[in-house]
Design a protein around this ligand. Structure first.
Ligand SMILES: *Cc1c(COP(=O)(O)O)cnc(C)c1O
Ligand SMILES: [Zn+2]
Length: 412
């Protein structure tokens, strides 16, 4: 049984039938959200069904997703790993890493795009677009290719060449986007959406965070139906953090968990509009900083879409916060994650970087169960990987005598 019932507008509460390619509210321009008939749900049945269908990845939660064509590339069910040295290093013995670098296109974006593109396909969308700093584009392009949807990706000029190449490999149309501020991007994508072009940009599209909800389901299931105390997620638009929060709230309403985690968002200090808004106690974020001044390309933007209002609301309601990290901390976090066997691009290491000083800053305690999400793999941004890496210890000829001498002197 599928419980998704309709869209509802955040602002004027207008209801819109679900199986239409709706984006923003036509009455007032507000954000739409998919509502579920949770009162009719059988929580124990949902959990039991999901436990039996592990081969389906995140689609095993279909009762709590909109009805969609299951475009399966292997998304979901990424490991939630107990850390070894890292947890001790930051003073959090119950630190867990959710490794979403193992998603099909190498970033957590596949949670949202698998569901949103599958939904779009099931309601007959044939052409669509998004903008991206790289990872969203690669994910959208891959699922659109599987769905037979003609995809156009407006790629931000901070995107690196590897990401652009990965997008083009799918046959998608790629346009490089020139702009001075993220606000110009939002004006452009809003105009296209209002003109009827189906848009996959977070929040304008009301379906992507339905896929990102599955974070909450997977994490609480792995913790034996307990929520963590804190979930830390890097934030660009905030779609990932907001999606997870929606998932935790649904589990709470279903009675499957008895409390909610504090949601912590992380941005690069060089462009941290949500951190600024949070520190000033504001509900809407304006512009801050310069996205070109950080290595964290995937979370660099001088303004969040729609003023980041939903993200800030989630952070305030949960008792969480938004914190800034600088590039040196990102490189250190990449090395610390590497020592756990996890390779992260700088933006993906931001959640871990935020924890380096969290104990000293006082927003986590050693008793907290903390989930730090690693959102994308290091190979996504080869130049940053090279900067984070330690140089090789030396060069040696493939000569048995020389190798034996060096190893006997203390290597190996
Ligand atoms: C997109 C992205 C983020 C930020 O996600 P939002 O939903 O835009 O907040 C974080 N990390 C990586 C690796 C990403 O690709
Ligand atoms: Zn409205």
């Amino acid at each position: 049984m599928n419980l998704a019932s309709h869209y509802v507008c955040d602002d004027c509460h207008t209801q819109v039938p679900l199986r239409t390619p709706a984006l923003l509210c036509e009455a007032c321009g507000g954000l739409l959200e998919i509502e579920y008939d949770l009162a009719a749900a059988d929580p124990a049945g949902i959990v039991e069904q999901a436990a039996k269908r592990r081969d389906l990845g995140l689609w095993r939660w279909s009762a709590l997703l909109p009805d969609a064509e299951p475009l399966h590339l292997g998304e979901g069910d990424t490991p939630l790993m107990r850390t070894r040295r890292l947890g001790r290093h930051v003073g959090l013995p119950n630190l867990l890493v959710k490794n979403d670098t193992l998603m099909p296109t190498g970033s957590f974006k596949d949670r949202g795009f698998s569901v949103a593109v599958g939904f779009a396909r099931s309601i007959g969308v044939r052409q669509a677009f998004t903008y991206s700093s790289g990872n969203a584009g690669a994910s959208f392009a891959a699922y659109a290719a599987r769905a037979g949807i003609e995809a156009t990706i407006l790629v931000e000029d901070v995107a690196n060449e590897s990401k652009i190449s990965a997008i083009s490999l799918t046959g998608a149309r790629v346009l490089r986007l020139r702009y001075r501020s993220s606000l110009e991007i939002f004006a452009g994508v809003s105009a296209l959406s209002e003109a009827g072009f189906y848009c996959f940009v977070n929040f304008i599209n009301p379906v992507r965070h339905e896929g990102m909800k599955t974070y909450a389901y997977e994490i609480c299931e792995a913790l034996d139906w307990r929520a963590p105390d804190v979930m830390v997620h890097p934030v660009g638009t905030g779609g990932g953090l907001y999606g997870a929060w929606k998932g935790f709230r649904e589990l709470h309403r279903l009675g499957l968990i008895d409390r909610l985690p504090r949601m912590v968002g992380v941005q690069p200090a060089a462009s941290a509009p949500l951190v600024k808004a949070f520190n000033e106690g504001k509900k809407v974020a304006g512009r801050h900083g310069d996205a070109n001044l950080t290595v964290a390309q995937s979370i660099a933007g001088d303004a969040p879409i729609q003023g980041g209002s939903r993200v800030l609301k989630a952070v305030y309601e949960s008792g969480g916060r938004v914190v800034a990290v600088d590039d040196d901390d990102l490189f250190e976090a990449m090395r610390l994650l590497g020592e756990e066997g996890v390779s992260a691009e700088p933006s993906a290491a931001a959640s871990t970087a935020a924890l380096l000083r969290a104990r000293a800053q006082g927003w986590v305690s050693e008793r907290d169960t903390v989930v730090s999400v690693v959102t994308g793999g290091a190979l996504k941004q080869p130049s940053a990987l090279a900067r984070a890496a330690r140089p090789p210890q030396g060069t040696v000829r493939a000569d048995p005598a020389e190798l034996l001498r060096i190893f006997r002197e203390g290597i190996g």
